[in-house]
Design a protein around this ligand. Structure first.
Ligand code: HEC
Length: 438
């Protein structure tokens, strides 16, 4: 390895390049507080890699999108894991960006001469949120469809041009095949190039201006150490831990997939991703003109303030103790967002979650007259066995085989065979499996 590297290095003159990359001075020395930028970058790369794998199997049309995701979940080796990492990775990236911005805010690292880096950073935040919004539609399940509908309606409330913007996003007056291709193209072709360009600009500026280091300028000037080895090691450990965390989440809790999108079923109550949830909650409290204020003026004000931040005030101090206004406003903002998020989460948790497939199965059970022979919790006849806890006794494969041919599974059975279409068979089985003790 070492000889190969030396051989290459001799020919490509890598020495000065490596020296330039690794010897960047870190004022005040390496620290764990600086990992969030690297972790965000790592998560972006992870999204790009897992997203590319998903694109091998994903079909961006309303007829096939849902089935292709189902196939990724059930038929592709490691498909569920890769999709899980992509799903949880998106959330992790939001958290990493949030922490990165908090650190920069707290350390006053956006102040001159680092305004350009901050401005590019705010664009990166907007791009990441757009990634989240466009990616959410792609599975074309009920949540995707109705949450995107809500999102586009919010765009529609922008004064004067809202209607036109919403039409452009939808490519028409309803979500349709072109909406899906448009979101897919944005998510996989346009946004990636934009974000790579801006990440490059962000890093380029960082290397030109230099890292900010601790807020006590004196300490930053007294001592600095090169990026390699200590900060590289710290960053690598943080990235490894984040990868394990995201992969663990993907294994323990697979990425959700609700029912296939049904444009006719407007009763479905979508819940947006958690990072849009506080905003969604805010809209619940507003009506009429206030709603426009919340959907349009507030975001405009928020991003306007973010962009203007490095140019506001003349206080060049970076220590939080000497920036009471900035720190106070930041703290109030966090309290505001987390109160809304907490309320929203509490309200969502209070909605009982019933799998819609189970509900449809229950309706089928009634329609097909199963109660003429079976009893569930005291209701129905006793010709066949009591099904109150059949979910504990039988598995999916047995139940489906039994519905198709009861005599084969239970010789001599008098239960008639039910020749149902595959989806109905699935629903009925889902209902049977939900019948469990406890
Ligand atoms: C004509 C009466 C009759 C009807 C109608 C009927 N069953 Fe059955 N079912 C039976 C009998 C008898 C058995 C026991 C023998 C066997 O396992 O096939 C049985 C067994 C079952 C079992 C297996 C229970 C176990 O754990 O062994 C399930 C599940 C079941 N039925 C579900 C249904 C559902 C759902 C329907 C409606 C779509 C239905 N049955 C309609 C008579 C009936």
């Amino acid at each position: 390895m070492r000889r190969l590297f030396r051989w290459l290095s001799d020919r490509l003159n890598l020495g000065p390049l490596l020296h330039h990359l690794l010897d960047e001075p870190i004022p005040g020395g390496a620290s764990w507080i600086y990992v969030f930028g690297s972790v965000t970058l790592f998560l972006f790369v992870q999204q790009a890699v897992t997203g590319t794998f998903l694109a091998f199997y994903y079909a961006p049309t309303p007829d096939h999108a849902y089935d292709s995701i189902k196939f990724i979940q059930q038929g592709v080796p490691f498909g569920a894991l890769i999709r899980g990492i992509h799903h949880w990775g998106a959330s992790a990236m939001m958290i990493a960006i949030g922490l990165h911005m908090l650190q920069v805010y707290l350390y006053g690292a956006y102040k001159p001469p680092r305004e350009p880096m901050w401005l590019v950073g705010v664009f990166l935040l907007i791009l990441t949120l757009t990634f989240g919004f466009t990616g959410y539609l792609l599975p074309w399940d009920q949540t995707a469809y109705w949450a995107t509908q809500v999102g586009i309606n919010i765009i529609g409330t922008v004064p004067w041009i809202g209607g036109a913007l919403a039409k452009i996003a939808r490519v028409g007056s309803d979500l349709n095949a072109l909406t899906l291709s448009r979101f897919f193209a944005l998510h996989t072709l346009i946004l990636p190039w934009l974000i790579v360009a801006l990440i490059a600009a962000h890093l380029f500026i960082l290397r030109r201006v230099g890292a900010a280091g601790p807020w006590e300028e004196a300490r930053a000037e007294r001592f600095s150490e090169p990026f390699y080895p200590k900060q590289v090691f710290i960053d690598a450990v943080a990235m490894g831990a984040v990868f394990l965390g995201v992969a663990g989440a993907a294994l323990l809790s697979p990425a959700p997939l609700t029912d296939r999108a049904n444009p006719a079923d407007a009763t479905f109550r979508p819940v947006p991703e958690w990072y849009f949830l506080f905003f969604y909650q805010l809209l619940k409290y507003t009506k009429g003109a206030w709603e426009t204020a919340a959907t349009f003026v507030l975001p405009l004000l928020f991003f306007g303030l973010l962009f203007a931040l490095p140019f506001l005030g003349r206080n060049r101090e970076r220590a939080p103790a000497r920036r009471p206004i900035a720190i106070g406003i930041g703290a109030l903002f966090l309290v505001f967002v987390f109160t809304l998020l907490g309320t929203a989460l509490k309200q969502t948790a209070a909605i009982p979650v019933t799998d819609p497939a189970v509900e449809r199965g229950r309706a089928l059970y009634a329609k097909l007259g199963c109660a003429g022979c079976h009893r569930i919790h005291g209701v129905g006849a006793e010709v066949g066995p009591d099904l109150s806890y059949v979910g504990d006794q039988r598995d999916r494969a047995w139940l489906i085989a039994h519905f198709k041919d009861p005599q084969k599974m239970s010789p001599g059975s008098i239960m008639p065979a039910f020749h149902l279409p595959e989806p109905e068979l699935e629903d009925l089985t889902a209902y049977m499996l939900s019948l469990k003790k406890g």
